[in-house]
Design a protein around this ligand. Structure first.
Ligand code: NAP
Length: 211
């Protein structure tokens, strides 16, 4: 009798303000490296840690994410955080996906390394670590010193000691592209061509975002 294979999903968390090719390469790399069945992009509704710069309207960020991922059958986009009022906590999001996909599902939460470092200092991090694994995407040259205090285990079979978190680190050269730089480029009239899918770039310009 063949045993039913449990589903492996990646949850790609981010503000995506705006989404760019660095995010897309990250998701594709995670899909391949971790043999995921699919990657679900989850644009943050109200990012819990962002009060200084107001993010673009969540529905617009969601729409840009849909445009960016439309041609890839392995990518989906979820409105789970967009539809929720108040801050989007990762623990609530992962809990909802656990309910949808069941206890057997292997869930990987994928996001930027800086965000991962914040999440693990957050009070519910230990509970969260029991519900999913973390993939931290870094730009080349990113200083990994802070991760040394954590448990960075590139071997899936080894479990971390109690109180430590397992974080997989993925270096993504395309993450030289950043949302901050794109917003800056738009503001100053520089080109954003080839930094993001053409449809998203056109949408940003058409809707006059980031001016
Ligand atoms: P951020 O602080 O805006 O981003 C930190 C860094 O990570 C930036 O360099 C960013 O680059 C990069 N990054 C963000 N998302 C990425 C992704 N999916 N793939 C690759 N790089 C990525 O972080 P954020 O976007 O607001 O938050 C990231 C995720 O963590 C969200 O899902 C958020 O809800 C979650 N989070 C949860 C908590 C919590 O539950 N308490 C706290 C903090 C964050 P770009 O600017 O180019 O994207």
């Amino acid at each position: 009798m063949t045993q039913k294979k449990s589903i492996k999903i990646g949850i790609m968390g981010g503000t995506f303000d705006p989404i760019h090719n660095g995010h897309l390469v990250t998701a594709e790399e995670a899909l391949v490296q971790f043999k995921l069945d699919k990657v679900i992009f989850v644009p943050a509704g109200q990012p819990p840690h962002k009060e200084v710069r107001k993010s673009l309207d969540s529905v617009e960020r969601y729409l840009m994410t849909v445009i960016a991922t439309a041609s890839n059958p392995d990518f989906e986009v979820s409105k789970i955080e967009i539809d929720k009022e108040g801050p989007s906590y990762t623990i609530d999001t992962v809990r909802e996906f656990r309910e949808i996909y069941g206890d057997e599902a292997e869930i990987y939460f994928i996001t930027g390394a800086d965000a991962i470092l914040e999440i693990i200092t957050w009070r519910d991090a230990k509970k969260l670590a029991k519900m999913c694994k973390f993939i931290a995407a870094t730009r080349p040259g990113y200083c990994l010193k802070k991760f040394k205090e954590l448990h960075v285990i590139p071997n899936e079979n080894k479990e971390p000691e109690p109180g430590k978190l397992k974080v997989y680190i993925m270096e993504i050269p395309a993450l030289a592209i950043s949302s901050t730089d794109i917003r800056h480029r738009v503001l100053h009239g520089y080109s954003i061509k080839y930094l993001m899918p053409e449809g998203v770039a056109n949408y940003v310009l058409k809707r006059k975002f980031y001016r």
